[in-house]
Design a protein around this ligand. Structure first.
Ligand SMILES: [Fe+2]
Ligand SMILES: [Fe+2]
Length: 210
């Protein structure tokens, strides 16, 4: 039935007019069967992993000293993790949750292991840490995509943009580790980002004007 002057089907809903204690943007997702509490917790864990990985990649990049090509790729992945943190954090607040008050709690609940500098930080060992960190990120964002597909288009959009970059990062580190460790070419198809921190999929500047 089409809307008419007297019938606007979306003008009212379950949330009473003027009620600021509830969000239609959340209620609509619940109505579609999404477990909001579960999503909030997984997003905080995922944001923690992006934040801590950004920190640890700083150290890993430093110890790729003398390998300018590896440093540049590591730097792109590092800055894009920062972009992922920036992109997903506002969504956590929109959903009525927030970051832990204490950064120690935030780091402890990160959804991926600490990407520690290896005891003997050879390029092979560092690239292995980087590769496995990307793989954890891919699993994480795929899970968020699965949870939100068809139920929460906004979180799905953000998570799928992050996921695209994580998949690229895995391909970069497979290429570098395969050649460095095994002498085998497994091309990623990648040449280079425009500038460090380019984040072609996850940068929020064109989308986010506070
Ligand atoms: Fe990331
Ligand atoms: Fe990544």
């Amino acid at each position: 039935m089409p809307a008419t002057r007297d019938h606007k089907p979306h003008a009212t809903g379950r949330v009473p007019a003027g009620d600021v204690s509830q969000r239609v943007g959340v209620e609509q997702m619940t109505a579609r069967g999404l477990n909001i509490e579960e999503l909030r917790e997984k997003l905080i864990d995922a944001a923690g992993a992006e934040f801590t990985t950004y920190y640890y990649y700083t150290i890993l990049r430093m110890h790729l000293a003398g390998k300018e090509d590896y440093k540049e790729i590591c730097e792109d992945a590092r800055l894009e993790d920062r972009s992922h943190f920036e992109l997903i954090t506002p969504r956590i607040y929109e959903l009525g949750a927030g970051l832990p008050r204490d950064i120690r709690e935030f780091a402890d609940r990160a959804g991926c292991p600490d990407a520690y500098l290896p005891a003997n930080p050879t390029a092979v060992d560092i690239l292995t840490v980087l590769l496995e960190a990307e793989r954890c990120a891919i699993r994480t964002w795929n899970e968020i995509c699965d949870l939100t597909l068809g139920k929460d288009p906004r979180t799905y959009n953000l998570a799928s943009r992050i996921l695209q970059e994580e998949i690229e990062h895995e391909a970069w580190f497979i290429e570098l580790l395969s050649m460095e460790r095994d002498g085998v070419a497994r091309p990623s198809g990648h040449f280079r980002r425009g500038t460090p921190g380019d984040a072609p999929h996850s940068k929020n500047l064109p989308f986010y004007v506070p």
